[in-house]
Design a binder for this molecule. Structure first.
Ligand code: FES
Length: 100
């Protein structure tokens, strides 16, 4: 059963990715065009952190081969690469919670 976990005391700065960890899972939270997102900090293609990449539009782009993933749906740019696991995020007062 997923449950809400407090991960940050405030939202990330616009356009930045902040690493967080819940139940030994490495994730990141980002604020992109005013919208909060959370996803796994590991590229579904090979084992590398997506926080080493960059944000482009509504996608996170991996630094290794340049494949990208939709921040909201996890949708992969490559047909033969798995989608990225994403998680629900909410802000209460200033604090950031994710559902894992
Ligand atoms: S490891 Fe991320 S695109 Fe290849």
């Amino acid at each position: 059963m997923p449950s809400w976990h407090k991960v940050l005391n405030q939202a990330p700065k616009e356009g930045t990715m902040v690493k967080v960890q819940v139940n030994n899972q490495k994730l990141f939270v980002t604020l992109n065009n005013g919208q909060l997102y959370c996803a796994q900090d590991r590229c579904p293609h090979e084992d590398i952190e997506l926080t080493l990449g960059c944000l482009k539009g509504n996608r996170v782009k991996c630094s290794l081969h340049g494949f990208s993933f939709d921040l909201a749906t996890g949708d992969s740019s490559e047909q033969d690469v798995d989608n990225l696991q994403t998680y629900a995020v909410k802000q209460e007062n200033n604090e950031i919670y994710i559902e894992v």
